[in-house]
Design a binder for this molecule. Structure first.
Ligand code: GLC
Ligand code: CA
Length: 477
């Protein structure tokens, strides 16, 4: 679908699957890799180019896989290394690439590196983590201080997240070296790329301050490693910054990340001025030749239909249409394609330390699919089984948009050009001959584009006006 000089993800749609909640092959209530393999047919039907799996590494699960205790293995709940190999192979046959989630900023406190590091001040691994005689006022992301006191060696260690997630010392060459090995281990197995956790705060200069220039040095090092593979491996960063110029800095001179997640877009709200503004500022800020990347939901934030669409499917369709027709690479979070809502979690079912369970509930395949799932099913959205056969469902709509995107070269590789619109309507052109207009208001609007309506969020075909919350793709004349 892409021209030979473009990487495979250019113009592509990627899918974020949260493995514990995606599909369960052995009825233990926990999604697993074999379950995911069994659902590749669905993802192929939907039309995705790749899948990012949330962490698959062994972990005590204090932060659900983001506390890694072994970077070379697979979490037993999810399966084995052989299951991961089989998933990569089966997906590859369908032309679907697999990305893993690398968590380099911290390990689990159970990781052998930390066990050694905390064993004595003289340990050869002492300096792999950030130790200090004093704790400053810095807060951790989950509340409480960012320093934990270790009785045995009478020093504090630094943790930006939980105390069970001690931060690695990325100023140390040994740490950089071992991660090169980790990257190669997975790339050699056929992993197509990595989503990189908290990459913007990867390097702390002891005692603890973020060191951005050093983050960029590490990213250049990883990029040249990734570029050494055929096809080049993809590095997509969790760059949680709200300023687009800062965001753009993680692409370097096209020699750092190939994609950096755009949180200003995720949090803009369903508002024409705000969304158009973020997209235009992003386009202007990125280095020439770089691709933007768009997402509306992920495992850390409230699902977009609840957060920005008032759980109104007309709005959900318009948001999906925007997500999937912008220039660059788009990520769907599992369930986005169904219009899956945030699920209310009763206190006795809470599993996460930071109240994110409601965005991580099991994929509703059918009414009979899950037995005793680790998190409750929401029940507020129609299942895959009922939506797949219904041409009027959100799922069918989402698949239609992806199919149109793949079939129309403007939507794969055409540039983004903003067009004049009535207030509250967001209108743009892709390439030479494709227009998109979204009426993000409660009132009817005049159609700002001239041509044939190829697709409408409302299944209409009216070249003269837009209903409230209607979005269209138009072949421009
Ligand atoms: C990232 C992850 C999040 C995790 C945190 C600590 O923000 O997306 O789920 O809790 O890093 O690793
Ligand atoms: Ca299972």
């Amino acid at each position: 679908m892409t021209s030979p000089q473009q990487p495979w993800w250019s113009g592509g749609v990627l899918y974020q699957a949260y493995p514990r909640s995606f599909a369960d092959s052995n009825d233990d209530g926990i999604g697993d890799l074999a379950g995911l393999r069994g659902r590749l047919e669905y993802l192929d039907w939907l039309g995705v180019d790749g899948i990012w799996l949330n962490p698959t590494f062994p972990s005590p699960n204090r932060d659900w896989g983001y506390d890694v205790s072994d970077y070379f293995g697979v979490q037993p709940d999810l399966g084995t290394l052989e299951d991961l190999d089989a998933l990569i192979a089966a997906a590859g046959e369908l032309g679907i690439r697999i990305l893993l989630d690398l968590v380099p900023a911290h390990t689990s406190d159970q990781h052998e590196w930390f066990v050694e590091s905390r064993s004595s001040r003289e340990s050869p691994r002492r300096r792999w983590y950030i130790w200090s005689d004093e704790a400053d006022e810095q807060e951790s992301a989950f509340g409480g201080g960012a320093w934990a006191y270790d009785e045995r060696t009478r020093q504090y260690y630094h943790h930006l997240f939980l105390p069970e997630q001690p931060d690695l010392n990325w100023m140390l060459p040994d740490v950089r070296d071992v991660f090169d090995e980790i990257l190669r281990f997975w790339f050699d197995r056929g992993v197509a790329g990595l989503r990189i956790d908290v990459v913007h705060e990867l390097v702390k200069d002891p005692p603890s301050r973020p060191n951005r220039p050093e983050v960029h040095n590490v990213l250049r090092r990883w990029r040249s490693l990734a570029d050494g593979y055929e096809p080049e491996r993809l590095l997509v960063g969790e760059t949680w910054v709200m300023d687009v110029d800062e965001l753009a800095s993680f692409y370097g001179r096209n020699d750092e990340l190939q994609l950096a997640f755009n949180f200003p877009f995720m949090f803009a709200g369903l508002d024409a001025t705000a969304l158009a503004g973020v997209v235009e500022r992003t386009d202007a800020a990125l280095p020439d030749g770089a691709l933007p990347v768009w997402a509306l939901s992920n495992h850390d934030v409230v699902r977009f239909p609840t957060r920005m669409c008032d759980e109104d499917d007309a709005k959900v369709r318009s948001a999906l249409l925007a997500l999937l027709t912008l220039r660059g690479t788009s990520f769907l979070y599992y369930g986005d394609e169904l219009g899956m809502r945030q699920v209310a979690i009763s206190p006795d079912r809470v599993r996460d330390v930071h109240a994110r369970d409601g965005a991580r509930t099991p994929m509703p395949w059918s009414d009979a699919e899950w037995r005793d799932p680790w998190l409750p099913l929401g029940g507020k959205v129609a299942t895959v089984a009922s939506q797949r056969g219904d041409p009027g469902s959100v799922l069918s709509f989402c698949r239609d948009v992806i199919a149109l995107r793949r079939a129309r070269v403007d939507l794969v590789s055409g540039g983004y050009t903003p067009l004049d619109s009535p207030t509250g309507v967001w209108t743009w052109r892709r390439g030479g001959a494709t227009g998109i207009a979204l009426n993000l208001t409660d009132s009817e609007a005049a159609m700002p584009l001239e041509g044939e309506v190829l697709l409408s969020t409302k299944g209409r075909n009216d070249p003269s006006r837009l209903e409230p919350w209607e979005g269209v793709v138009v072949a421009l004349t």
